[in-house]
Design a protein around this ligand. Structure first.
Ligand code: MN
Length: 241
C-alpha cells in the first residue's frame, strides 16, 4: 500500500512525524507537506503561482520527505502526481481538534478531502493540545488501531478522526456536530497603538449526543465518515416535489 502523508501544521510538526512512524507498518510511506504552517487554510489551492518541491532530509529516518510552498490540498495533489499509485492520503496528526464546524476551515481535513476528489482514500487525524503537548509515543498504539480499522476499507472513503488529549476510553463512530459558534472578534493594540484583531472560534451550544464533539468530551476517539456532496436533500425534494 502506498501511503502519502501531509498536514497543515507544516513539515516540522511533531504530529506528522508521529503519523509517519505509525504508518510505516502498513506500507510504503512518503511525506509531502507544507514548508510552513497552513492551519485554517481550508481547501485552498495555489493556482496563481508555481509550487516548489524540495527534499527535506530531516528527522524522518528511512522515509522520503518533501516540503512544498503550498497548502495541504496542494501537497495531496502534487504528492500523488509525483508518486504514482498512491492508495491513501493521511493528513495530520493535527495539533488541535478538528471537530464540528472546524471542519469547514480545517487544512488538515482538506488534505484528505483533496485525496478523495482525486480518486484516493483520505483520512484526517487530529488531537487537542492542552497546556502540554500531546504524548505522541503514548498515542501511537491508538493511531495504529484506527489505521488497522480504516485502511482496509474499499473505495474513495473520507474519514475525520479526532483523538482525545488523554488515553482514549475507546472508539466511537460519530456524526459531525453542526451547532452555532461565535466567530468572535477581539480587538487588541500593537506596540504602536494601532488596532489589530484576533478572530476566535468557540462553540455556543452544547454538543449533541453521538457527535464528534460529544465523543471527545467523553474521552473517546471519534471517527466521522464524511461525504463531499453538500446538497440539502430535504430542500431539493421540496423543490422537485
Ligand atoms: Mn493545524
Amino acid at each position: 500500500m502506498r501511503i502519502l502523508i501531509t498536514n497543515d501544521d507544516g513539515i516540522y510538526s511533531p504530529g506528522i512525524a508521529a503519523l509517519a512512524r505509525a504508518a510505516t507498518r502498513f506500507g510504503e510511506v512518503r511525506i509531502v507537506a507544507p514548508d510552513v504552517e497552513q492551519s485554517s487554510m481550508g481547501h485552498a489551492i495555489t493556482h496563481s503561482k508555481p509550487l516548489s518541491y524540495k527534499k527535506s532530509p530531516i528527522v524522518f529516518e528511512g522515509i522520503d520527505a518533501w516540503r512544498v510552498n503550498g497548502t495541504p490540498a496542494d501537497c495531496a495533489t502534487l504528492g500523488s502526481h509525483l508518486w504514482e499509485n498512491v492508495d491513501v492520503v493521511l493528513s495530520g496528526i493535527n495539533m488541535g481538534p478538528n471537530l464540528g464546524n472546524s471542519m469547514w476551515h480545517s487544512g488538515t481535513l482538506a488534505g484528505a478531502k483533496q485525496a478523495v476528489l482525486l480518486g484516493m482514500k483520505g483520512i484526517a487525524l487530529s488531537i487537542p493540545v492542552g497546556k502540554t503537548e500531546p504524548d505522541f509515543a503514548a498515542l501511537e498504539p491508538y493511531v495504529v488501531e484506527v489505521l488497522e480499522e480504516l485502511l482496509p476499507r474499499e473505495g474513495r472513503c473520507l474519514y475525520n478522526v479526532n483523538f482525545p488529549h488523554e488515553a482514549p476510553a475507546g472508539v466511537k463512530w460519530t456524526r459531525q456536530s453542526v451547532r452555532q459558534y461565535d466567530g468572535h472578534v477581539m480587538p487588541i493594540k500593537d506596540p504602536f497603538g494601532r488596532e489589530l484583531y484576533w478572530i476566535t472560534v468557540a462553540p455556543l451550544e452544547a454538543a449533541e449526543e453521538n457527535t464528534d464533539r460529544w465523543a471527545i468530551e467523553q474521552g473517546y476517539t471519534s471517527i466521522t465518515p464524511l461525504r463531499l456532496d453538500l446538497t440539502s436533500e430535504t430542500e431539493l425534494e421540496k423543490e422537485l416535489g
